[in-house]
Design a protein around this ligand. Structure first.
Ligand SMILES: C[S@@+](CC[C@H](N)C(=O)[O-])C[C@H]1O[C@@H](n2cnc3c(N)ncnc32)[C@H](O)[C@@H]1O
Length: 302
């Protein structure tokens, strides 16, 4: 919940190293030099995909339907997609899946396949990830999947124009301080337009700025257990039904300046510009300083 300070900007043309690292459950993740962050919780990359994304959206239940539409925002190594497809195939092999993944850096899904990071999944799932990384599309009798490369702020526009409506959205950008461009109220509004009326959007983040953005676009939200993280994640949907209530601490966090959302009205500003705009808005905000909230709820952090 506390936000790390960050000043550096990162390029949207990516060239930094992607370094391999084992996580505590034995699965591997990468470190991105461009974003200065790990792709997964180091408590377990596969565990995170299953717990934070598949379990939190109750995919086992949703997969009982005839068809399921999934949007994987920030496809990365494809772990969330793989965990979802494996779950659907296991609980209802006849479910017809339509999946779209959005990803900026085509090197990442390729490296996941080439380095054998996806080898623990069944051969069928590995084949799907390999074809998505290589050709960007899989068309089988019960699966139509696409991996759309580019800045998600732009690629999401095409989905909106196509009237894409997801039952489930996995929302997994790097953290808000490191990748503010994907946590703005403006981008989240476009993503929310792709969420069907009964759909569920899940993310590992509980940042007040992120939750405020979800609320701002009209979504209801509740906390979920986020695997390997100290804080809960967030489940967002159009209907409040079935959501766990926010704890008092979480509610009060939303009354502080931490809840000033990131903004990017043109959907093309740099990370630095977006961070700077938020700092200015926070300085002028009538919301209470977050230090008061921190003193009350996280006394050891002051
Ligand atoms: C935390 S990782 C996602 C991990 C992934 N869900 C997985 O299971 O492996 C964040 C991903 O967001 C991608 N990303 C960063 N900026 C982006 C942008 N503007 N548009 C689309 N994807 C972006 C990064 O390349 C990275 O793969």
């Amino acid at each position: 919940m506390p936000e790390p300070a960050l000043t550096s900007d990162h390029p949207l043309s990516l060239s930094g190293a992607l370094t391999l690292e084992a996580t505590a459950d034995g699965s591997f993740t990468l470190f991105s030099e461009d974003f200065g962050e790990w792709f997964h919780s180091r408590a377990g990359a596969y565990t995170e995909a299953y717990t934070t994304y598949v379990e939190a959206t109750d995919l086992t239940q949703l997969a009982q339907a005839e068809s399921l539409t999934l949007l994987d925002v920030c496809y990365g190594l494809g772990y969330n997609t793989a965990a979802a497809l494996a779950t659907v195939r296991q609980v209802n092999p006849r479910c017809n899946v339509h999946l779209v993944g959005l990803e900026l850096d085509g090197r990442v899904p390729k490296q996941a396949v080439e380095s054998g990071l996806v080898a623990p999944w069944w051969p069928e799932i590995q084949g799907i990830l390999a074809q998505l990384a290589d050709q960007g599309q899989v068309n089988q009798s019960l699966l139509y999947a696409e991996l759309r490369l580019g800045d998600a702020r732009q690629t999401v526009q095409a989905l909106v124009d196509e009237g894409f409506q997801a039952d489930v959205i996995f929302f997994d950008p790097f953290s808000p301080p490191h990748c503010p461009e994907l946590w703005t109220v403006d981008f989240i509004r476009q993503v929310a337009r792709c969420l069907g009326p009964q759909g569920k959007l899940v993310t590992y983040s509980c940042a007040a700025a992120v939750r405020a953005a979800f609320l701002d676009v009209g979504l209801h939200l509740g906390p979920i257990a986020a695997a390997g993280r100290r804080w809960p994640g967030t489940l967002a949907q159009w209907s409040p039904a079935g959501l766990n209530p926010l704890a008092r601490q979480e509610q009060e966090h939303l009354q502080t300046r931490a809840a000033v959302p990131y903004r990017d009205p043109s959907l093309q500003d740099s990370a630095d510009t977006i961070r700077h705009r938020r700092q200015q808005e926070q300085a002028q905000s009538s919301l209470v300083p977050t230090s008061q909230w921190r003193k009350r709820w996280l006394p050891s952090k002051g």
